[in-house]
Design a protein around this ligand. Structure first.
Ligand SMILES: Nc1ncnc2c1ncn2[C@@H]1O[C@H](COP(=O)(O)OP(=O)(O)OP(=O)(O)O)[C@@H](O)[C@H]1O
Length: 280
């Protein structure tokens, strides 16, 4: 018997459900990412229409499989992509404090990088003294008074929980520190200009478990005074230290919510597949 058209046995793969838009937040925001897209100079669209709140003085983790756009999104927040010609931003990243659009044409990328500090995967201290590493951002801010710089360097090193280890060798080379100490020094360097947001791009992936635990403790402490956004491949880390988690896939923000909700009852099937280790 010839099957009728309606009885065909062929199946087509169901399209994945659309991303879930973040729910309105009741807690104070530090910034809002609105309808944000990013295009690399070769025309590749790495971020697609992302809307995401960034909670004030909380830790937001960005997770997702390799190549989903985590680092691209993070680097957009402090205009790192401006260092390469031809890259393009669309949309807005608004700082709540004064309404500045960080990716707008009027925003000076150098000033944005003081308001939004960044620490990378591999510790990258300048080949200078410990003191000069931390003072660097203050000098960019135009601060020249020695006493002011000394006080700010001490405060930043204390905030980064490394003061006790370096206070007697501030003029020694940063390169003589251990990897974990170098990473905390880089955090101090980012903190010295007193940024509103601290971006951390897989800050512990080059560190051993003890140095990792120190940085994780530090991040939680820091969130009392500065907003933190962290990219991590380590889901236990995201679950341990963040208040909100953003799951990205193929350049889209698929799901955003309280970290405990994302890890225990994700709403989107792609989030569930990722956190249960089925891909990525
Ligand atoms: N300079 C570049 N020019 C063009 N495309 C790029 C560039 N850098 C990254 N991409 C592409 O943009 C997409 C997002 O990359 P991105 O590094 O942001 O992903 P990721 O989620 O951080 O990955 P990983 O976890 O592996 O670090 C990828 O498809 C990547 O190939």
């Amino acid at each position: 018997m010839t099957p009728k058209a309606t009885e065909t046995t062929e199946t087509t793969a169901a399209a994945p459900p659309p991303p879930i838009k973040p729910a309105p937040e009741s807690e104070p925001l530090c910034a809002r990412i609105e309808n944000f897209s990013f295009f690399y100079s070769n025309g590749m669209q790495a971020i697609k229409n992302v809307d995401m709140p960034i909670l004030d003085r909380k830790v937001t983790a960005i997770i997702g499989p390799s190549g989903c756009g985590k680092s691209t999104l993070l680097r957009s927040l402090n205009r790192m992509h401006d260092l390469y010609p031809g890259n393009r931003y669309e949309g807005r990243v608004i700082l709540e404090q004064d309404g500045e659009n960080l990716i707008g044409p009027e925003a000076d990328p150098v000033v944005v990088r003081l308001r939004v500090g960044m620490v990378f995967q591999k510790p990258n201290p300048f080949p200078k003294s410990i003191f000069e590493n931390v003072a660097a951002g203050l000098r960019v801010r135009g601060i020249k008074n020695r006493a002011v710089i000394e006080e700010a360097v001490e405060t930043a090193l204390k905030r980064a929980a490394i003061w006790d280890e370096v206070k007697d060798k501030l003029h020694g080379s940063a390169n003589d520190l251990s990897g974990g100490q170098q990473q905390r020094l880089c955090i101090a360097r980012a903190l010295a200009p007193n940024p509103e947001i601290l971006l951390l791009d897989e800050p512990t992936s080059a560190l051993d478990p003890i140095a990792t635990a120190k940085v994780e403790d530090l991040v939680q402490e820091l969130a009392e005074t500065v907003t933190v956004v962290i990219v991590t491949h380590n889901m236990q880390q995201a679950a341990r230290i963040s208040h909100r988690t953003a799951f990205m896939y193929l350049g889209e923000l698929i799901e955003f919510g309280e970290t405990s909700q994302i890890f225990t009852s994700p709403k989107h099937p792609s989030t569930e597949s990722y956190i249960t280790g089925r891909y990525g």
